[in-house]
Design a binder for this molecule. Structure first.
Ligand SMILES: [Zn+2]
Ligand SMILES: [Zn+2]
Length: 180
């Protein structure tokens, strides 16, 4: 979705559009455990100009297929996030700071040639919504340390030796199913 800033009226411009799930995997082929979006992406945003600065306020909503960090199963993760960007023309930055600009210009809050591309902004916002350690559920029991089986699915009689440290807290969550 490319917007020529000349088309943004004084009162601002409301844009509502959808993206198909495939769109995200094309834009971001591999994003840490993220396979692909499983639902359409609904984007709502409002653009307005303040002199040469363009302010974008928006909201994105979708569902992603994310890998659980404990049991490694994929699960549907609902995404809903709002964002706000202030973009200035790359040309003015170059004059003032002689900054070396990269293709990731939007990261630096700039646009070029009077055009704003909303797609990388939306994609970035979706990626930002994914937790660092996604869990399919709070009570996920993870994988058996001996046989590798998914303890959410299979009963397993192996003793689970929990390593001390960050995961020590999981001991309290361990459910003893033996002899039940
Ligand atoms: Zn899990
Ligand atoms: Zn086992």
């Amino acid at each position: 979705m490319r917007i020529n800033i000349a088309n943004i009226p004084v009162e601002g411009l409301q844009l509502d559009f959808m993206r198909k799930p495939e769109w995200l995997s094309v834009l971001i082929p591999d994003a840490g455990g993220l396979d692909a979006a499983v639902g359409d992406m609904a984007v709502h945003c409002f653009l307005r100009k303040d002199m040469q600065t363009v302010i974008i306020e928006g909201e994105v909503e979708t569902r992603l297929s994310v890998e659980c960090c404990r049991c490694l199963e994929k699960f549907d993760f609902p995404v809903r996030g709002s964002f706000r960007y202030e973009l200035v023309p790359a040309e003015t930055l170059r004059e003032e700071e002689e900054t070396e600009l990269t293709p990731d210009d939007f990261d630096a809050g700039v646009y070029r040639d009077e055009v704003i591309d909303l797609d990388p902004i939306v994609a970035e916002q979706i990626i930002l919504q994914i937790p660092v350690k996604p869990l399919c559920r709070e009570s996920c029991r993870g994988l058996c340390l001996v046989c590798g089986g998914n303890l959410n699915v299979h009963e397993c009689t192996h003793e689970q030796e929990q390593a001390p440290g960050p995961f020590a807290v999981l001991k309290d969550l361990k459910v003893n199913k033996k002899g039940g």
